[in-house]
Design a protein around this ligand. Structure first.
Ligand code: TEU
Ligand code: CA
Length: 599
């Protein structure tokens, strides 16, 4: 159903993209869905809102909303097919049974003592990873790069960064991982290349290559995720960069770009890798003409122009073409990194019948409603419960979730929850839920060691291009002390400190009890297919208490979680015995988790 300015709010909320967009706005504002679904608001026409709010919501806001909502029309046949697939039996796949471990090579393990992690370091830790029990590795970029954004600015897709090692070492790493029954996926960064990539260098002088990128005579009002305008001047032209000034957006509307990328992807797949994590892959299709972003949306989202590209007009078309020309030829796995995408958009990107991506990372789980990463606040773990219940119940059997708390772009979740007195329990609670929920767990390096945020003392200790840009921007309107406090709350650097392999490193040290707990939980998950493919049901989700079951016709696990500081009455299911956790006291301690197994 298409909507227009005369549609009611409830009509918009009844569309797939409309529901995702309005839910996103509610999340940013920290409001619940009843704010929209009540009959009073639901029956208001968009036009009336336009009249009501006048200039504070310009036409561009409504035009942006309606363009996006109407962009995703499924035919009745497609809707029927999706409904059928959503209740069909879950297809089995190695990437549904896997427990992934994300390696950020720059800070994982440094074998040659130059202070930078390297491939030899990773190879030296494969036995540790095998012993931990993970059986799939995601390598953040290891390609040749000027390292402006730590490798997410690729200069040569077919060369290994010198500081990380050689292609021979990569081939050894891949062979050694496969020898241990581990899959290995690489990071595919194709929304943009480094400005030092040969394509961009050629684009500056050779008209043949100019439309590999976005060159315009003058910039629009889009802003970069790393502060400032999203346009960099080259002579009398400007080139688009949604991220750093050295990360130039590729023009996916140019088939030469797309087929050059497919060629590179197949070159890596020919080496035997098992798939890719696709960096900001939902940004690759920009709206025709690169229209200005709406200022109201910019204020709400923190970046101007995002509505013009985060779910663009050719996104599905390009993903289908990419998959058909690459992954499907090798049976390779794909997980998309898709900032801003809600559940309905995710279903359009990952439904098995869609032939686009196998999985996505949806980031709406990482901040409590009304908060953004740089807010200094306590993450509400009950929001995590609510979010996960909603997705596990409604995502459908033809879609598959990723379950994660951390990655290289975020502070550590245990520190965001902010109850240091209970950190050990909280780390076990997080691990226990992650390994027993319905979806593929992605452990971020150091989670298993129980690492927390790092106490940086000054901006000089922070390497991250995003944090440095934001700090500079903040210092224009506040003191350096206040600016640094904000950076400390959300800097990606927390997740990028070299891991403390041989005892305390920079004040961070591994906690053997957490490692032991992760090892046991991973083993439990891998030995019990019901924790992968079993059904999910909530037994109790009242105030800060979360009891859920994973079950099939033979097996059942009941997981009892105290999501707060207050004592809860423990759940003692008939015919079950407690495993891994061993507290049979009638009352549960703060943030305690208990695992019960039937039989
Ligand atoms: O991150 C893109 C993304 O999700 C951003 O919103 C991200 O959270 C970043 O912190 C800006 O807010 C991917 C990579 O994971 C990130 O490391 C890169 O910096 C970025 O793309 C550009 O390649
Ligand atoms: Ca090194």
């Amino acid at each position: 159903m298409t909507v227009d300015i005369n549609s009611k709010i409830k009509d918009i909320y009844n569309t797939r993209v409309g529901k995702d967009l309005l839910d996103k706005i509610l999340l940013q504002l920290g409001k619940g869905s009843e704010y929209i679904t009540n009959p009073l608001v639901g029956n208001i026409k968009l036009r009336s809102i336009q009249k009501l709010v006048g200039r504070s919501l310009p036409d561009s806001f409504f035009d942006a909303l309606l363009t996006l909502v109407n962009s995703d029309q499924l035919t009745d046949k497609e809707i029927q097919e999706e409904k059928r697939q959503a209740i069909a039996p879950v297809e089995h796949a190695w990437w549904k049974e896997a427990v992934f471990y994300q390696i950020y090579p720059r800070s994982f393990c440094d074998a040659n003592g130059d202070g930078i992690g390297d491939l030899a370091g990773i190879i030296s830790k494969l036995d540790y990873l095998e012993d931990l029990g993970v059986n799939a590795l995601w390598l953040s970029p290891i390609y040749d790069s000027p390292m402006d954004d730590n490798g997410y600015d690729i200069r040569d897709y077919r060369k290994i960064l010198t500081q990380y090692g050689t292609m021979e070492e990569f081939d050894t790493l891949l062979a050694e991982a496969h020898k241990r029954g581990m899959r290995l996926i690489m990071d595919l960064v194709v929304n943009h290349t480094s400005d030092e990539h040969e394509w961009f260098q050629k684009a500056l002088t050779d008209p043949e290559y100019e439309d590999y990128y976005f060159f315009r005579d003058k910039p629009n009002n889009w802003t970069s995720y790393f502060s400032g305008s999203a346009w960099k001047q080259f002579g009398d032209k400007y080139a688009l960069h949604l991220f750093s000034k050295k990360q130039m957006d590729l023009n996916w509307d140019n088939p030469k770009v797309r087929y050059a990328i497919y060629d590179m992807v197949n070159w890596w797949l020919d080496k035997g890798i098992d798939g890719f994590r696709l960096d900001v892959i939902n940004f690759i299709s920009k709206q025709e003409g690169l229209p200005d972003g709406d200022e109201t949306i910019a204020k709400m989202m923190g970046y101007c122009g995002v509505e013009r590209y985060f779910y663009g007009p050719h996104l599905h078309e390009y993903l289908k073409e990419l998959r058909a020309n690459t992954f499907d030829k090798y049976g390779a796995f794909s997980v998309g990194e898709t900032p801003g995408v809600g559940m309905n958009m995710a279903k359009m990107l990952t439904g098995s019948q869609r032939k686009e991506l196998d999985m996505i990372f949806s980031f709406d789980v990482l901040e409590s409603p009304g908060h953004s990463r740089f807010d200094d606040y306590q993450y509400d773990i009950n929001y995590f419960k609510k979010y996960m219940i909603d997705w596990m119940k409604h995502y459908g059997n033809n879609c598959w979730m990723s379950i994660f708390y951390n990655n290289h772009d975020n502070p550590r979740m245990v520190s965001k929850i902010g109850e240091p007195k209970y950190n050990t329990q909280i780390k076990k609670l997080l691990a226990g839920m992650q390994m027993t929920m319905k979806g593929t767990p992605f452990i971020f390096q150091g989670d298993e060691m129980g690492l927390e945020n790092y106490q940086f003392n000054s901006i000089d200790e922070i390497n991250d291009v995003e944090s440095k840009g934001y700090y500079k921007e903040l210092c224009e309107k506040m003191s350096e002390k206040e600016a640094f406090k904000i950076i400390l709350a959300g800097t990606r650097e927390h997740a990028r400190v070299l891991l403390p392999w041989d005892g305390p490193f920079k004040g961070q040290k591994a906690d053997p009890s957490i490692l032991h707990f992760y090892r046991n939980m991973i083993k439990l998950r891998r030995q019990n297919p019901v924790l992968v493919y079993g059904d999910f049901r909530v037994i109790d989700d009242l105030a800060e208490h979360f009891v859920y079951e994973r079950y099939d016709d033979q097996n059942s696990f009941i997981i009892d979680c105290n999501l707060g500081k207050s004592i809860k009455k423990g759940y003692f299911p008939e015919g079950y015995h407690q495993i891994i956790t061993h507290n049979r006291h009638p009352e549960m301690e703060p943030y305690e988790i208990r695992i019960w197994m039937k039989g």
